[in-house]
Write a protein that binds this ligand. Structure first.
Ligand code: SF4
Length: 408
Protein backbone atom coordinates (compact mmCIF):
# COMPACT_ATOMS: atom_id res chain seq x y z
CA UNK A 1 0.00 0.00 0.00
CA UNK A 2 2.79 2.31 0.88
CA UNK A 3 4.24 1.79 -2.55
CA UNK A 4 0.96 2.65 -4.24
CA UNK A 5 0.60 5.78 -2.14
CA UNK A 6 4.07 6.95 -3.19
CA UNK A 7 3.22 6.87 -6.88
CA UNK A 8 -0.26 8.38 -6.54
CA UNK A 9 -0.40 11.80 -8.29
CA UNK A 10 -0.47 14.55 -5.68
CA UNK A 11 -3.64 16.06 -7.15
CA UNK A 12 -5.57 12.93 -6.16
CA UNK A 13 -4.57 12.97 -2.49
CA UNK A 14 -7.67 13.58 -0.34
CA UNK A 15 -7.61 17.16 0.93
CA UNK A 16 -7.73 16.07 4.57
CA UNK A 17 -4.54 14.05 4.11
CA UNK A 18 -2.61 16.95 2.63
CA UNK A 19 -0.36 18.79 5.06
CA UNK A 20 -1.35 22.42 5.56
CA UNK A 21 1.51 24.96 5.79
CA UNK A 22 3.90 22.14 6.53
CA UNK A 23 6.53 20.97 4.09
CA UNK A 24 6.56 17.26 3.34
CA UNK A 25 9.85 15.66 4.30
CA UNK A 26 11.54 13.73 1.54
CA UNK A 27 10.25 10.14 1.21
CA UNK A 28 7.25 10.65 3.53
CA UNK A 29 4.40 8.42 2.40
CA UNK A 30 1.54 10.77 1.57
CA UNK A 31 -1.07 8.71 3.43
CA UNK A 32 0.92 8.88 6.65
CA UNK A 33 -0.46 11.47 9.07
CA UNK A 34 1.93 14.38 9.46
CA UNK A 35 3.10 15.45 12.88
CA UNK A 36 3.84 19.19 12.52
CA UNK A 37 6.07 19.13 15.61
CA UNK A 38 8.37 16.70 13.84
CA UNK A 39 8.60 19.01 10.82
CA UNK A 40 10.54 21.82 12.40
CA UNK A 41 14.19 21.68 11.48
CA UNK A 42 16.26 22.96 14.35
CA UNK A 43 19.02 25.40 13.45
CA UNK A 44 22.48 23.84 13.41
CA UNK A 45 23.81 23.26 16.90
CA UNK A 46 26.26 26.03 17.69
CA UNK A 47 29.70 24.48 17.70
CA UNK A 48 31.17 27.17 19.95
CA UNK A 49 30.37 30.43 21.63
CA UNK A 50 32.14 32.30 18.78
CA UNK A 51 29.82 30.70 16.25
CA UNK A 52 26.80 31.16 18.51
CA UNK A 53 27.59 34.84 19.17
CA UNK A 54 28.17 35.53 15.47
CA UNK A 55 24.80 34.01 14.55
CA UNK A 56 23.04 35.95 17.32
CA UNK A 57 24.76 39.29 16.54
CA UNK A 58 22.53 42.36 16.75
CA UNK A 59 25.23 44.84 15.67
CA UNK A 60 28.66 44.88 14.06
CA UNK A 61 31.79 44.66 16.21
CA UNK A 62 35.33 45.74 15.35
CA UNK A 63 37.31 43.76 17.93
CA UNK A 64 37.45 40.46 16.06
CA UNK A 65 40.51 38.29 16.55
CA UNK A 66 42.02 36.22 13.76
CA UNK A 67 41.40 33.10 15.84
CA UNK A 68 37.67 33.86 16.05
CA UNK A 69 37.40 34.54 12.32
CA UNK A 70 39.40 31.40 11.59
CA UNK A 71 37.01 29.37 13.72
CA UNK A 72 34.06 30.65 11.70
CA UNK A 73 35.90 30.13 8.39
CA UNK A 74 36.60 26.52 9.29
CA UNK A 75 33.02 25.69 10.29
CA UNK A 76 31.59 22.93 8.04
CA UNK A 77 30.37 24.74 4.94
CA UNK A 78 26.80 23.44 5.24
CA UNK A 79 26.47 25.06 8.68
CA UNK A 80 28.52 28.14 7.81
CA UNK A 81 26.30 29.06 4.85
CA UNK A 82 23.13 28.41 6.87
CA UNK A 83 24.37 30.67 9.65
CA UNK A 84 25.41 33.35 7.14
CA UNK A 85 21.98 33.21 5.50
CA UNK A 86 20.37 33.64 8.93
CA UNK A 87 22.43 36.72 9.75
CA UNK A 88 21.94 38.06 6.22
CA UNK A 89 18.18 38.03 6.67
CA UNK A 90 18.46 39.90 9.97
CA UNK A 91 20.40 42.81 8.47
CA UNK A 92 19.39 42.83 4.78
CA UNK A 93 16.53 42.00 2.47
CA UNK A 94 17.85 38.80 0.80
CA UNK A 95 15.93 39.55 -2.41
CA UNK A 96 17.61 42.93 -2.95
CA UNK A 97 20.88 42.94 -4.90
CA UNK A 98 22.73 46.18 -5.52
CA UNK A 99 23.53 46.64 -9.22
CA UNK A 100 26.64 48.67 -9.97
CA UNK A 101 28.32 49.49 -13.23
CA UNK A 102 32.07 50.05 -13.33
CA UNK A 103 33.66 52.13 -16.06
CA UNK A 104 37.35 52.48 -16.76
CA UNK A 105 37.85 56.23 -17.09
CA UNK A 106 41.60 55.96 -17.66
CA UNK A 107 43.07 52.71 -18.94
CA UNK A 108 46.56 51.25 -18.51
CA UNK A 109 50.01 52.76 -18.10
CA UNK A 110 50.02 52.37 -14.31
CA UNK A 111 53.43 52.44 -12.61
CA UNK A 112 52.49 49.88 -9.93
CA UNK A 113 53.44 46.20 -10.10
CA UNK A 114 50.25 44.45 -8.90
CA UNK A 115 50.93 40.91 -10.16
CA UNK A 116 47.39 40.34 -11.37
CA UNK A 117 46.77 43.58 -13.24
CA UNK A 118 46.50 44.08 -16.99
CA UNK A 119 46.94 47.82 -16.52
CA UNK A 120 50.42 47.78 -15.04
CA UNK A 121 52.97 49.26 -17.46
CA UNK A 122 55.46 46.66 -16.21
CA UNK A 123 53.81 43.73 -17.98
CA UNK A 124 53.26 43.03 -21.64
CA UNK A 125 49.56 42.27 -21.74
CA UNK A 126 48.74 43.85 -25.09
CA UNK A 127 46.59 46.50 -23.40
CA UNK A 128 46.90 49.95 -24.93
CA UNK A 129 47.17 52.80 -22.44
CA UNK A 130 44.74 55.66 -23.03
CA UNK A 131 44.09 59.18 -21.76
CA UNK A 132 41.30 59.98 -19.38
CA UNK A 133 37.81 59.75 -20.88
CA UNK A 134 36.01 63.11 -21.16
CA UNK A 135 33.32 64.04 -18.66
CA UNK A 136 30.44 64.00 -21.17
CA UNK A 137 31.20 60.42 -22.32
CA UNK A 138 31.35 59.21 -18.72
CA UNK A 139 28.01 60.81 -17.90
CA UNK A 140 26.45 59.28 -21.00
CA UNK A 141 27.65 55.84 -19.85
CA UNK A 142 26.18 56.52 -16.40
CA UNK A 143 22.85 57.45 -17.99
CA UNK A 144 22.78 54.15 -19.90
CA UNK A 145 23.68 52.26 -16.70
CA UNK A 146 20.84 53.95 -14.84
CA UNK A 147 18.41 53.21 -17.65
CA UNK A 148 19.33 49.55 -17.31
CA UNK A 149 18.72 49.43 -13.58
CA UNK A 150 22.13 50.19 -12.02
CA UNK A 151 21.89 52.35 -8.92
CA UNK A 152 25.62 52.90 -8.43
CA UNK A 153 28.12 54.07 -11.02
CA UNK A 154 31.79 53.35 -10.29
CA UNK A 155 34.68 54.98 -12.12
CA UNK A 156 38.19 53.54 -12.09
CA UNK A 157 41.48 55.10 -13.18
CA UNK A 158 44.79 53.24 -13.42
CA UNK A 159 46.88 55.54 -11.26
CA UNK A 160 49.24 54.91 -8.37
CA UNK A 161 48.02 58.07 -6.63
CA UNK A 162 46.60 61.53 -7.28
CA UNK A 163 49.74 63.55 -6.65
CA UNK A 164 50.09 66.35 -9.23
CA UNK A 165 46.80 65.42 -10.92
CA UNK A 166 44.84 68.61 -10.23
CA UNK A 167 43.13 68.72 -13.64
CA UNK A 168 42.29 65.04 -13.45
CA UNK A 169 40.80 65.50 -9.98
CA UNK A 170 38.76 68.47 -11.21
CA UNK A 171 37.33 66.32 -14.02
CA UNK A 172 36.61 63.43 -11.67
CA UNK A 173 34.71 65.82 -9.39
CA UNK A 174 32.62 66.93 -12.39
CA UNK A 175 31.86 63.28 -13.13
CA UNK A 176 30.87 62.66 -9.51
CA UNK A 177 28.58 65.69 -9.49
CA UNK A 178 26.99 64.62 -12.78
CA UNK A 179 26.37 61.05 -11.61
CA UNK A 180 24.89 62.26 -8.31
CA UNK A 181 22.65 64.68 -10.18
CA UNK A 182 21.14 61.65 -11.95
CA UNK A 183 20.14 60.24 -8.57
CA UNK A 184 22.78 57.51 -8.65
CA UNK A 185 25.42 56.69 -6.07
CA UNK A 186 28.94 57.54 -7.25
CA UNK A 187 32.07 55.57 -6.42
CA UNK A 188 35.62 56.11 -7.68
CA UNK A 189 38.87 54.20 -7.46
CA UNK A 190 41.86 56.39 -8.26
CA UNK A 191 44.72 54.83 -6.28
CA UNK A 192 46.11 56.42 -3.13
CA UNK A 193 44.61 59.74 -2.02
CA UNK A 194 45.51 62.10 0.81
CA UNK A 195 43.20 63.76 3.33
CA UNK A 196 42.74 66.93 1.26
CA UNK A 197 41.85 65.04 -1.93
CA UNK A 198 39.39 62.90 0.05
CA UNK A 199 37.75 66.05 1.38
CA UNK A 200 37.45 67.51 -2.14
CA UNK A 201 35.79 64.32 -3.35
CA UNK A 202 33.41 64.34 -0.38
CA UNK A 203 32.49 67.95 -1.15
CA UNK A 204 31.75 66.94 -4.75
CA UNK A 205 29.19 64.47 -3.37
CA UNK A 206 31.14 61.20 -3.68
CA UNK A 207 29.25 58.28 -2.10
CA UNK A 208 32.05 55.72 -1.82
CA UNK A 209 35.75 55.28 -2.53
CA UNK A 210 37.13 51.89 -3.53
CA UNK A 211 40.61 50.92 -2.40
CA UNK A 212 41.10 47.18 -1.97
CA UNK A 213 43.59 45.73 0.48
CA UNK A 214 43.64 42.75 -1.91
CA UNK A 215 44.72 40.01 0.51
CA UNK A 216 46.14 39.42 3.99
CA UNK A 217 49.00 41.53 5.32
CA UNK A 218 51.20 38.42 5.27
CA UNK A 219 50.55 37.47 1.64
CA UNK A 220 50.49 41.03 0.30
CA UNK A 221 54.29 41.38 -0.37
CA UNK A 222 54.18 38.40 -2.75
CA UNK A 223 51.59 40.21 -4.86
CA UNK A 224 52.64 43.89 -4.81
CA UNK A 225 56.00 45.46 -3.97
CA UNK A 226 55.59 49.08 -5.08
CA UNK A 227 53.38 50.20 -2.19
CA UNK A 228 52.86 48.81 1.25
CA UNK A 229 49.84 47.43 3.04
CA UNK A 230 50.02 50.35 5.45
CA UNK A 231 49.93 52.84 2.57
CA UNK A 232 46.69 51.21 1.48
CA UNK A 233 45.30 51.48 4.99
CA UNK A 234 46.34 55.15 5.12
CA UNK A 235 44.19 55.90 2.07
CA UNK A 236 41.26 54.01 3.63
CA UNK A 237 41.76 56.06 6.77
CA UNK A 238 41.70 59.33 4.77
CA UNK A 239 38.49 58.24 3.06
CA UNK A 240 36.80 57.28 6.35
CA UNK A 241 37.88 60.51 8.02
CA UNK A 242 36.43 62.54 5.15
CA UNK A 243 33.05 60.88 5.74
CA UNK A 244 33.06 58.92 2.48
CA UNK A 245 31.92 55.30 2.51
CA UNK A 246 34.73 52.81 2.11
CA UNK A 247 34.61 50.00 -0.41
CA UNK A 248 37.50 47.63 0.30
CA UNK A 249 37.94 43.94 -0.25
CA UNK A 250 40.17 41.47 -1.94
CA UNK A 251 41.02 39.11 -4.73
CA UNK A 252 40.94 35.34 -4.22
CA UNK A 253 43.27 33.13 -6.24
CA UNK A 254 46.52 35.09 -5.84
CA UNK A 255 48.37 31.99 -4.64
CA UNK A 256 47.27 32.60 -1.05
CA UNK A 257 46.35 30.07 1.61
CA UNK A 258 43.01 29.78 3.47
CA UNK A 259 44.47 31.69 6.43
CA UNK A 260 45.00 34.65 4.08
CA UNK A 261 41.23 34.80 3.48
CA UNK A 262 40.90 34.97 7.26
CA UNK A 263 43.61 37.67 7.36
CA UNK A 264 41.85 39.70 4.65
CA UNK A 265 38.54 39.64 6.53
CA UNK A 266 40.34 40.41 9.80
CA UNK A 267 41.94 43.55 8.29
CA UNK A 268 38.63 45.07 7.23
CA UNK A 269 36.71 43.84 10.29
CA UNK A 270 39.08 45.69 12.63
CA UNK A 271 39.00 49.05 10.85
CA UNK A 272 37.54 51.81 13.09
CA UNK A 273 34.22 51.04 11.40
CA UNK A 274 33.32 48.33 8.94
CA UNK A 275 33.46 49.20 5.25
CA UNK A 276 30.15 49.93 3.60
CA UNK A 277 31.14 47.50 0.85
CA UNK A 278 33.40 44.42 0.70
CA UNK A 279 34.14 43.27 -2.86
CA UNK A 280 35.10 39.63 -3.33
CA UNK A 281 36.94 39.15 -6.61
CA UNK A 282 38.03 35.83 -8.09
CA UNK A 283 41.24 36.28 -10.06
CA UNK A 284 40.76 36.48 -13.80
CA UNK A 285 44.26 35.46 -14.98
CA UNK A 286 45.63 37.89 -17.57
CA UNK A 287 48.30 36.58 -19.93
CA UNK A 288 51.54 38.50 -19.56
CA UNK A 289 51.12 39.22 -15.84
CA UNK A 290 53.04 37.20 -13.22
CA UNK A 291 49.76 35.52 -12.20
CA UNK A 292 48.64 34.97 -15.79
CA UNK A 293 48.88 31.18 -15.59
CA UNK A 294 47.26 30.79 -12.16
CA UNK A 295 44.72 28.05 -11.57
CA UNK A 296 41.19 29.15 -10.76
CA UNK A 297 40.35 29.34 -7.07
CA UNK A 298 38.01 26.55 -5.90
CA UNK A 299 34.39 27.66 -5.60
CA UNK A 300 34.04 26.41 -2.04
CA UNK A 301 36.81 28.84 -0.98
CA UNK A 302 34.88 31.74 -2.55
CA UNK A 303 31.65 30.65 -0.85
CA UNK A 304 33.40 30.13 2.49
CA UNK A 305 34.94 33.60 2.28
CA UNK A 306 31.59 35.23 1.48
CA UNK A 307 29.76 33.36 4.26
CA UNK A 308 32.47 34.19 6.82
CA UNK A 309 32.48 37.83 5.74
CA UNK A 310 28.69 37.96 6.15
CA UNK A 311 28.98 36.75 9.76
CA UNK A 312 31.86 39.06 10.61
CA UNK A 313 30.61 42.14 8.71
CA UNK A 314 26.85 41.83 9.18
CA UNK A 315 25.84 45.28 7.89
CA UNK A 316 28.33 45.52 5.01
CA UNK A 317 27.28 45.03 1.40
CA UNK A 318 29.21 42.04 0.05
CA UNK A 319 30.00 42.49 -3.60
CA UNK A 320 30.43 39.57 -5.98
CA UNK A 321 32.94 41.31 -8.24
CA UNK A 322 35.45 40.20 -10.91
CA UNK A 323 35.23 36.58 -12.00
CA UNK A 324 31.44 36.35 -11.59
CA UNK A 325 31.07 35.82 -15.34
CA UNK A 326 32.95 32.52 -14.97
CA UNK A 327 30.40 31.25 -12.41
CA UNK A 328 27.33 29.32 -13.42
CA UNK A 329 24.03 30.75 -12.24
CA UNK A 330 23.63 28.16 -9.47
CA UNK A 331 26.99 29.13 -8.01
CA UNK A 332 26.08 32.81 -8.06
CA UNK A 333 22.86 31.95 -6.27
CA UNK A 334 24.72 30.06 -3.57
CA UNK A 335 26.79 33.20 -3.04
CA UNK A 336 23.63 35.34 -2.79
CA UNK A 337 22.10 32.88 -0.34
CA UNK A 338 25.27 33.00 1.77
CA UNK A 339 25.17 36.78 2.02
CA UNK A 340 26.50 38.39 -1.16
CA UNK A 341 24.19 41.25 -2.12
CA UNK A 342 25.83 43.32 -4.85
CA UNK A 343 27.11 42.71 -8.35
CA UNK A 344 28.85 44.58 -11.12
CA UNK A 345 26.71 44.49 -14.18
CA UNK A 346 27.05 46.01 -17.65
CA UNK A 347 29.19 45.64 -20.72
CA UNK A 348 32.60 45.43 -19.14
CA UNK A 349 34.30 45.53 -15.76
CA UNK A 350 37.55 47.52 -16.14
CA UNK A 351 39.52 45.24 -18.47
CA UNK A 352 37.66 41.97 -17.84
CA UNK A 353 34.34 40.56 -19.01
CA UNK A 354 31.14 41.23 -17.05
CA UNK A 355 27.66 39.72 -16.94
CA UNK A 356 25.34 41.93 -18.98
CA UNK A 357 22.19 43.66 -17.75
CA UNK A 358 19.83 41.46 -19.76
CA UNK A 359 21.47 38.29 -18.47
CA UNK A 360 21.23 39.56 -14.89
CA UNK A 361 17.62 40.67 -15.27
CA UNK A 362 16.67 37.20 -16.51
CA UNK A 363 18.51 35.58 -13.60
CA UNK A 364 16.86 37.94 -11.08
CA UNK A 365 13.43 37.04 -12.50
CA UNK A 366 14.08 33.32 -12.22
CA UNK A 367 15.11 33.54 -8.58
CA UNK A 368 12.87 36.29 -7.24
CA UNK A 369 15.63 38.85 -6.86
CA UNK A 370 15.36 42.55 -7.59
CA UNK A 371 17.74 45.52 -7.85
CA UNK A 372 18.43 47.18 -4.49
CA UNK A 373 17.24 50.77 -4.19
CA UNK A 374 19.66 53.41 -2.96
CA UNK A 375 17.63 54.05 0.19
CA UNK A 376 18.08 50.39 1.20
CA UNK A 377 21.86 50.68 1.51
CA UNK A 378 23.59 51.91 4.62
CA UNK A 379 24.99 54.73 2.50
CA UNK A 380 21.54 55.61 1.26
CA UNK A 381 20.03 55.50 4.75
CA UNK A 382 22.81 57.69 6.09
CA UNK A 383 22.32 60.20 3.29
CA UNK A 384 18.60 60.33 4.00
CA UNK A 385 19.37 60.87 7.70
CA UNK A 386 21.88 63.60 6.83
CA UNK A 387 19.40 65.27 4.48
CA UNK A 388 16.72 65.09 7.20
CA UNK A 389 19.03 66.54 9.81
CA UNK A 390 20.08 69.33 7.42
CA UNK A 391 16.41 69.98 6.73
CA UNK A 392 15.59 70.07 10.44
CA UNK A 393 18.55 72.39 11.08
CA UNK A 394 17.23 74.55 8.25
CA UNK A 395 13.71 74.46 9.71
CA UNK A 396 15.05 75.25 13.17
CA UNK A 397 17.00 78.21 11.77
CA UNK A 398 13.99 79.45 9.84
CA UNK A 399 11.69 79.21 12.85
CA UNK A 400 14.38 80.80 15.02
CA UNK A 401 14.63 83.67 12.50
CA UNK A 402 10.85 84.01 12.57
CA UNK A 403 10.67 84.13 16.35
CA UNK A 404 13.82 86.17 17.01
CA UNK A 405 13.03 89.79 17.76
CA UNK A 406 14.45 92.21 15.21
CA UNK A 407 16.68 93.73 17.85
CA UNK A 408 17.80 92.68 21.26
S1 SF4 B 1 45.62 47.30 -9.67
FE1 SF4 B 1 45.50 49.52 -9.82
S2 SF4 B 1 47.38 50.20 -8.84
FE2 SF4 B 1 47.70 48.04 -9.32
S3 SF4 B 1 48.68 48.05 -11.35
FE3 SF4 B 1 46.49 47.87 -11.67
S4 SF4 B 1 45.78 49.96 -11.98
FE4 SF4 B 1 47.80 50.08 -11.04
Amino acid sequence: MAHRALVRPIGLVPALCRPQHVSRPFSTVLDTPINPAAQQTPPPAPSSSVFHDAVQAAAPRTNWTKEEISELYNTPLINLTYAAATVHRRFHNPAAIQMCTLMNIKTGGCSEDCSYCAQSSRYNTGLKASKMVDVASVLEAARVAKENGSSRFCMGAAWRDMRGRKTNLKNVKEMVKGVRAMGMEACVTLGMIDAEQAKELKDAGLTAYNHNVDTSREHYPSVITTRTYDERLATINNVQNAGIHVCTGGILGLGEKPQDHVGLIHTVATLPSHPESFPVNALVPIKGTPLGESKAIAFDAILRTIATARLVLPTTIIRLAAGRHTMREEKQMMCFMAGANAVFTGEKMLTTACNGWEEDKAMFDRWGLRPMESHETIGGQQEIAEAKSEASIGEALTSAEQTTPASI
